[in-house]
Design a protein around this ligand. Structure first.
Ligand SMILES: Cc1ncc(COP(=O)(O)O)c(C=O)c1O
Length: 389
């Protein structure tokens, strides 16, 4: 076995690409200026770099540069979008809709708003992870101001029909926000074509640095009212105050450029490797892929191993393979994934589930190792649970 476990957890985070790192380096040193310093070349240089990154991010998602607001990551962008829309549109209504299978950044923000007088509808999903159109249609009220539904699920890789949901929101004169974190840079994302009003994205999920992200905020008519959540120096046209993280933003821009050039090739290669992985693992008795296999991110597979004790399984697996059982932020808890239980899995099976997410560095050798390792751990656990029973 290798000294470090093989990394198949790219949905948790990706390594910073060397090209990205190289682009960022000068902005820690010689080009250290504050992008808001408008009276000298140090500031101009930083500002120029930020504006270039804004163009690069916008190009990746089919937006205009002026529609990009830089933040400290997707969690902040999500908070800005949801809280910002909620408070700015309070006079119109206090009802927001989301899905049970959203990331905690969305769910916990909704929960917090529900304590402040907002009403939230959490829509259930079917076993594929999809929400019923009929149900969604019925959930809109006169007081609904926002529908928040993710582009692609971080645990199952399911790609949701955001275009359809955005259209339904529009018909009801409701804004549509999507958490684009796992989709952007992996599959085609065109905010204009999909009719998205607001979208969050994160650099570290696409070979950029941690601690930087962006909110896409549609600028065309009808105007979107958004209440800033961080106030101060008025950066980002007042949407998000605070001195800009210039090196991080440069890194996000470079990562976006890289993604635009490479995502199609990566997707082809990684989906073939993912299929290889599934072919090997589905030979294990009791194994099953969760969620629809039709519309999935190319590099993700979520597999349950029925009849195996979940926690010891993951602990043993992690000695040879860096994977998670759910979202990175909740994988160490004893709680089963809310995404999987919402899709109808029982708690025990949800616990005995592994999320594999492949990335640029993944090769056939890694896949062969992953298959062997999961089979070995599974066999051992199965045998010991039989001998103890
Ligand atoms: C779907 C989804 N949304 C939001 C986030 C939060 O992103 P960030 O780490 O940039 O705050 C993550 C990261 O785990 C995610 O997977």
């Amino acid at each position: 076995m290798k000294s470090y476990p093989t990394y198949l957890d790219h949905n948790a985070t990706t390594p910073c690409h060397p090209t990205v790192l190289e682009a960022m380096m000068p902005y820690f040193g010689t080009h250290f200026g504050n992008a808001s310093s408008s009276h000298h070349p140090y500031g101009w240089m930083a500002e120029e770099a930020v504006e270039m990154a804004r163009e690069q991010v916008a190009e990746l998602i089919g937006a205009q540069a002026k529609e990009i607001v830089f933040t400290s990551g997707a969690t902040e962008a999500i908070n800005l979008a949801i809280r910002g829309v909620a408070w700015a549109n309070k006079a119109k209504g206090n009802h927001l809709i989301t899905l049970e299978t959203e990331h905690s950044a969305v769910l916990d923000t909704m929960k917090s708003l529900s304590k402040q007088g907002f009403e939230i509808s959490y829509l259930p999903v079917n076993e594929d992870g999809l929400v019923s159109q009929e149900l969604l249609k019925k959930t809109f009220r006169k007081t609904t101001i926002l529908l928040a539904a993710m582009f692609a699920n971080n645990e199952t890789g399911l790609v949701l029909p955001v275009g359809e949901m955005a259209a339904m929101a529009k018909q009801n004169e409701v804004l549509f926000f999507t958490d684009g974190v796992q989709a952007v840079g992996k599959i085609p994302v065109d905010v204009r074509e999909a009719g998205i009003d607001l979208m969050a994205l994160s650099a570290h999920k696409m070979y950029g640095p941690k601690g930087v992200g962006a909110l896409y905020l549609r600028k065309s008519q009808p105007h979107i009212a958004l209440e800033p959540q961080i106030t101060g120096g008025g950066q980002e046209t007042g949407r998000r105050s605070g001195t800009l993280n210039v090196p991080g933003i440069v890194g996000l821009g470079k990562a976006a450029e890289l993604a635009l050039n490479e995502f199609q090739e990566d997707a082809l290669r990684l989906s073939a490797l993912r299929d290889e992985l599934e072919e090997g693992l589905l030979q294990i008795s009791g194994s099953e892929v969760n969620g629809s296999r039709k519309n999935r991110l190319p590099h993700v597979s979520n597999i349950s191993f029925k009849g195996i004790p979940g926690k010891p399984f993951l602990l043993r697996i992690n000695k040879g393979l860096a994977v998670s059982s759910g979202a990175a932020c909740s994988s160490i808890t004893d709680k089963p994934s809310h995404v999987l239980t919402s899709m109808g899995l029982d708690a025990e099976t949800a616990m005995a589930t592994l999320r594999f997410s492949l990335g640029k560095s993944t090769n056939s050798e890694d896949i062969a190792h992953a298959i062997d390792w999961v089979r070995e751990v599974h066999r051992d656990l199965k045998q010991s649970s039989v001998s103890y029973s």
